[in-house]
Design a binder for this molecule. Structure first.
Ligand SMILES: Nc1ncnc2c1ncn2[C@@H]1O[C@H](COP(=O)(O)OP(=O)(O)OP(=O)(O)O)[C@@H](O)[C@H]1O
Ligand SMILES: [Mg+2]
Length: 269
């Protein structure tokens, strides 16, 4: 069964701005999907709908088979962890520790289990050293780590991540990618960072109001017209390898990771 399924969803904001047009999309159990598209493409809107924070008037949303509407929203939200694009929308308790403990406490878990989860989540998100700090005073990247710890502590079956690596430093970005790659949950990751998309997801959905592409990331690389329409740019190592391919007259597909690029260089010396 799909963890989440959208069928023919269109969405207009009050005032009439149409943000989504006829979106049909399913995410399977354990599947990781990169949601990519230019500014204003509707990525955050789509995630808000998946998180039962907005309700489309046209189309249908189901979380684990159950229809989502305003009445059933609370039930749906228990199955979905949502990382807001802006962490200020998310962190609000007087200390980081309490902030990360908020979800598991609300789930009614015993104190020992709450502590275990909070410590594990802070460790995994690289925020253990921040446990006693006041969330409001943290830097943007620090807040993001705390917000991610808050999600991990609840371990919902579906994670919706809106620009999870934006504002993280390179090491923080690398650490987060490794943490996410190690999780078994279903994930939808909205990102402008194609290398994050390639490292985490095998499937890409390209959005620009409507779905321009839904399929294997390797297939997306062979669709320059989609990349162009969505203002997407391949990572610099991929572009470099495509120039190299031209230069030596070889034939290979654009690499998705630095490791793949290196393997190609070794094979085509
Ligand atoms: N509350 C709102 N009221 C009216 N229009 C909105 C609202 N929120 C978003 N929009 C509009 O809906 C469209 C989609 O916005 P959305 O934030 O979903 O895009 P996005 O793909 O997440 O962009 P970004 O890459 O900049 O985060 C945009 O044109 C935006 O201006
Ligand atoms: Mg957005």
């Amino acid at each position: 069964m799909a963890v989440i399924a959208l069928r023919n969803v269109s969405f207009e904001y009050p005032g009439g701005h149409r943000a989504l047009e006829d979106v049909t999309l399913e995410v399977g159990e354990g599947e990781r999907v990169a949601l990519i598209g230019p500014n204003g493409a509707g990525k955050s809107t789509l995630l808000h709908i998946m998180a039962a924070l907005e309700f489309p008037r046209v189309g249908e949303v189901r979380v684990m088979g159950h229809r989502v509407d305003r009445r059933s929203a609370a039930e749906a939200r228990r199955k979905v962890g949502f990382l807001f694009q802006d962490p200020d929308d998310q962190v609000f308790m007087p200390s980081v520790y309490e902030d990360v403990a908020f979800g598991p406490l609300n789930m009614g878990l015993p104190e020992e289990e709450v502590r275990r989860r909070v410590e594990g989540a802070l460790e995994a998100s690289g925020a253990a050293h921040l446990a006693r700090r006041v969330p409001q005073n943290l830097s943007l990247g620090e807040k993001k780590r705390v917000a991610i710890a808050g999600l991990l502590s609840m371990a919902p079956p579906l994670l919706l991540l809106d620009e999870p690596t934006a504002n993280l430093d390179p090491q923080g970005r690398r650490d987060l990618v490794n943490v996410l790659a190690g999780l078994g949950q279903s994930m939808v990751i909205a990102t402008h960072d194609m290398s994050v998309a390639f490292e985490l997801a095998e499937r890409a959905v390209v959005l620009k109001g409507r779905v321009l592409f839904d399929g294997d990331v390797r297939t997306l690389l062979k669709r320059p017209e989609v990349l162009r329409e969505a203002n997407l740019e391949l990572p610099s190592f991929s572009r470099l390898m495509m120039m190299y391919r031209e230069h030596i007259g070889a034939d290979f597909e654009p690499p998705l990771t630095v490791e793949e690029a290196l393997a190609l260089l070794k094979a085509h010396r």
